[in-house]
Design a protein around this ligand. Structure first.
Ligand SMILES: [Zn+2]
Length: 167
């Protein structure tokens, strides 16, 4: 199996609920066998069940490192994109109260692709990149939407070597 990030070879490290988990021998990425991906219809059902409330103070605290980074690095004159913002784009909503201009894109909840034609000073990718099926290509696409010196701001779970994928 080729790594979905760097195309190096990988090893099957676990099987969980009949899903094969692989780890790249070069970059250490951990990923599912692409043939085990669920269908787009099943995937949409899962996302529809996510309940992201823009007024949820616990969720706001969870994403506060992204908000802090944007406020430290960018003025309200800058242009942002919240890529994969979901049903409750809490980061964009919060920053808009301070005058920030952030476009929304989500294939399910904000499917208008018009904003994707623009170039951005920063792109927010919060709890999204772990869902990318073609990780390398998706990251390249996002990098190509950044202005020179723009930032791609990602948040996802960090891999821990003691993670037991089989359970
Ligand atoms: Zn790799």
């Amino acid at each position: 199996m080729k790594c979905i990030l760097c195309q190096s070879s990988s090893l099957n490290i676990a099987t969980f609920r009949n899903v094969s988990i692989y780890q790249c021998q070069h970059c250490q990425s951990v990923f599912k066998n692409p043939s085990d991906y669920i269908s787009r219809i099943e995937e949409d059902k899962v996302y529809q069940s996510h309940n992201n409330d823009i007024h949820d103070s616990k969720y706001l605290a969870f994403v506060s490192p992204i908000i802090y980074e944007i406020q430290q690095s960018f003025s309200t004159d800058s242009l942002g994109l919240d890529f994969g913002c979901g049903s409750g784009p809490i980061i964009s909503h919060h920053l808009s109260t301070y005058g920030y201009r952030i476009h929304l894109y989500d294939p399910l909840f904000y499917p208008d692709t018009e904003p994707l034609q623009l170039k951005f000073d920063y792109i927010i990718c919060s709890e999204v990149m772990e869902h990318f099926k073609q990780l390398y290509l998706e990251l390249q696409r996002l990098f190509n939407k950044l202005k020179p010196h723009g930032k791609l701001i990602c948040m996802t779970d960090i891999y821990h070597t003691d993670t037991d994928f089989s359970s």
